[in-house]
Design a binder for this molecule. Structure first.
Ligand code: MN
Length: 191
C-alpha cells in the first residue's frame, strides 16, 4: 500500500495571516510530503507493508514509526485548522468547562504547555478512556495513541511550523494560532 499526502482541507492561503502561504508551501508541501515519501521508501519488505498508519504508529519503532507518526500528526494538525477559532455551545464546550473550568483557562494551560515544550514536538488535547480531557506533550514524532489516549486537537511546535512567520517567537505563533482553530472539527472527534 502506498501512502499519499492528503489534500489540504482549504486553500494554501486560507490560514493567512496567522500561517502564511509560504509556511504552508514548506510545512505541507515539503515537510509533510517528505514524511510520506520516507515512509513509502521504508515500509516495502517489512511487516508494515499493508498496515494502516494507525497500526504502524502503535507497533513500529525507529524510522518507520517516526515517519508514519509525522504523516498522521500533520494531517491531524491541518484538519483541525481553517476555522474561525470560535467554540460554539455544545458537547465539547461543556467538556472543556468541566475539565478546565473555562475555554479561556483551557487555552491558557494549553498555550503554556505548547510554549514550554522543550525542543521539537506537539501539544495535544486528548480524551482518556474515562472521557476525561487532558493536555499532553509529545516529543519529536510522538503520538498520544501510543499511550491509549484519543487525540482531539494538536499544535505543532516544531520550529518549521512557525519559523518563517514568527522566527523564534513560539508564544506569538501559539497566540495567533487560536484564531484559526476549527472547533467544529475538533468536536466531531469526541468519542
Ligand atoms: Mn510539522
Amino acid at each position: 500500500m502506498k501512502f499519499e499526502l492528503p489534500a489540504l482541507p482549504y486553500a494554501t492561503e486560507a490560514l493567512e495571516p496567522v500561517i502564511s502561504e509560504k509556511t504552508i508551501s514548506f510545512h505541507y508541501g515539503k515537510h509533510h510530503q517528505a514524511y510520506v515519501n520516507n515512509l513509502n521508501n521504508l515500509v516495502p519488505g517489512t511487516r508494515f507493508e499493508n498496515a494502516t498508519l494507525e497500526q504502524i504508529i502503535r507497533e513500529a519503532e525507529g524510522g518507520i514509526f517516526n515517519n508514519a507518526a509525522q504523516v498522521w500528526n500533520h494531517t491531524f494538525y491541518w484538519e483541525g485548522l481553517g476555522g474561525d477559532g470560535v467554540l460554539k455551545a455544545g458537547k465539547l464546550q461543556e467538556k472543556i468547562n468541566t475539565h478546565f473550568g473555562s475555554f479561556e483557562n483551557f487555552k491558557e494551560v494549553f498555550a503554556d504547555s505548547a510554549a514550554k515544550l522543550f525542543g521539537s514536538g506537539w501539544a495535544w488535547l486528548v480524551e482518556d478512556k474515562e472521557g476525561v480531557l487532558k493536555i499532553v506533550q509529545t516529543s519529536n514524532a510522538g503520538n498520544p495513541m501510543c499511550d491509549g489516549l484519543k487525540p482531539l486537537f494538536t499544535c505543532d511546535v516544531w520550529e518549521h511550523a512557525y519559523y518563517i512567520d514568527y522566527k523564534n517567537r513560539r508564544p506569538d505563533y501559539i497566540k495567533a494560532f487560536w484564531g484559526i482553530v476549527n472547533w467544529k472539527k475538533v468536536e466531531e472527534r469526541l468519542g
